[in-house]
Design a protein around this ligand. Structure first.
Ligand code: GAR
Length: 195
């Protein structure tokens, strides 16, 4: 927890692996006057992740963690989270599965955004699978991370219609905009409940 302009804010670490549009929207939210969070650490498992640009641009401390050895990588992550007094973690396109050790140390303190209407379509290639299955709707979900993949308590979910001519690409592009809207809202809701 930190105090900014006399207001309490929870300290957040965002984990990424790629483009970082959700990181960007969380940073924008953290910079608003009445935000309940401050983003103090960005962690990427990829040194070339485009999203690191947003950390650099906003002068947020970032670390690239080599995942060749998962156990060592996670031990380093735990040390860094402690060092920065991180209150909770947001996974934003982080494509590694966290082990039970981190999940239990940060029990109910890790959020994730997933591009489907959970509990439907857990795992990868969600857009491809919803199109193949001729679903009428898809969506995105912010949920608490537990040791069961994409299965923890849902914080927020938004549904969109799948259009006749939608491809995997058009659908993911349209849904990403919605993801970027709901992640900060879910984080606000979560932070208010945990402040
Ligand atoms: C987002 O679509 C997010 O839902 C997805 O990765 C993308 C990251 O985009 N996450 C997962 O599939 C996790 N299983 P971003 O790097 O632009 O935020």
């Amino acid at each position: 927890m930190v105090k900014l302009n006399g207001k309490k804010r929870l300290k957040v670490s965002v984990f990424i692996s790629g483009r970082g549009t959700n990181l960007k929207s969380l940073i924008n939210f953290s910079k608003t006057k009445n935000s309940q969070i401050s983003i103090n650490l960005v962690i990427s498992n990829k040194k070339n992740a485009k999203g690191l640009f947003f950390a650099k641009k906003n002068k947020i401390k970032y670390l690239v963690i080599n995942y060749k050895n998962k156990k060592n990588a996670e031990n380093r992550i735990l040390v860094e989270l402690k060092k920065y007094n991180i209150d909770f973690i947001c996974l934003a396109g982080f494509m590694k599965i966290l082990s039970k050790k981190i999940i239990s140390k940060y029990k109910n303190k890790i959020l994730n955004i997933h591009p489907s209407l959970l509990p439907k379509y857990k795992g990868l290639d969600t857009h491809k699978r919803v199109i193949l299955n001729k679903e009428k709707f898809t969506g995105c979900t912010v949920h608490i991370v537990t040791s069961k993949l994409d299965s923890g308590k849902i914080i927020l979910q938004r549904k969109i219609k799948i259009l006749k001519n939608d491809s995997e690409k058009s659908l993911s592009k349209r849904l990403l905009k919605i993801e970027n809207q709901i992640y900060p809202r879910a984080v606000r809701k979560f932070a208010i409940a945990n402040l």
